[in-house]
Design a protein around this ligand. Structure first.
Ligand code: SAM
Length: 229
């Protein structure tokens, strides 16, 4: 049984996909997908030996060695272009996800669906997708155990979720085009919490250059909250 966050990630994997789960840790996603007959086969990629061994152990436990190939290596570099039809990268910061995509983009054919779940800094993932010709197909937000997670789904193609207006687009890159429109309770709560954190930091900080940057970011979030009322 998967937690809600990973259930949501899995819900965007096309039926019959060949999946690469990068940063797979215990390989829960590929194991679950195969047990549910959602996918044909999978590659579980891990950069660290401990989690890779955990993946191997789990795959052996559920006797899926013939369907899941556990590979040690950084990010997408464990893949040969065209080998998979869907890629999941979940449970890491958005900055790391964006760097995994950038460093490994030559290992993608461009036909894959990308399902990305940044814990923080989703803006970095959206920027990478936009700069690399990926269209955002869908965004979701999930609250579980007092944590809020964003999920971004993308495929190569013409971008359609973003506004044409460049100022609005910058705003949407930061907060998410679909999420901004939907205003789900978890989304509102996420940015209110983020704002409180910044408020706290600001109060702790001595006056200096840094506070100007933070104040500008806070002004943006304040405007978002106002708009949502
Ligand atoms: N994907 C699982 C999830 O969402 O529950 C596990 C998330 S776990 C917090 C992050 C995993 O990513 C760790 O096991 C870590 O070793 C792995 N990781 C970090 N950087 C990586 C990279 N460049 N390539 C492959 N795996 C990486």
């Amino acid at each position: 049984i998967l937690d809600q966050r990973l259930q949501k990630v899995v819900s965007y994997i096309p039926q019959g996909a060949v999946l690469a789960d990068i940063g797979s840790d215990h390989a829960f996603v590929p194991c679950y997908c195969l047990q549910q007959n959602l996918i044909e086969r999978a590659i579980a990629g891990e950069v660290n030996v401990g989690p890779m061994e955990a993946a191997q152990g789990q795959v052996a436990l559920v006797q899926l060695e013939d369907k899941i190939d556990v590979r040690l290596g950084s990010g997408l570099t464990v893949l040969t272009p065209g080998e998979v039809t869907a890629v999941t990268i979940a449970g890491m910061g958005g900055t790391l996800i964006a760097s995994i995509l950038e460093e490994g983009k030559n290992h993608l054919s461009g036909e894959e669906r990308l399902i990305l779940q940044p814990n923080v800094d989703a803006v970095d993932v959206r920027k990478w997708l936009l700069a690399n010709g990926y269209a955002l197909l869908s965004e979701a937000i999930v609250k579980e155990n007092e944590k809020i997670y964003e999920i971004l789904v993308a495929e190569k193609g013409e971008e359609s979720l973003y506004s044409d207006d460049s100022e609005q687009r910058d705003w949407e890159l930061y907060f998410g085009p679909q999420l901004t429109r939907e205003k789900a309770p978890a989304f509102i709560e996420k940015w209110q919490t983020e704002q409180q954190k910044r408020q706290y930091i600001l109060e702790q900080m001595q006056r200096g250059n840094d506070s100007d940057v933070l104040q500008e970011k806070m002004a943006n979030i304040e405007r978002l909250i106002e708009k949502m009322k």
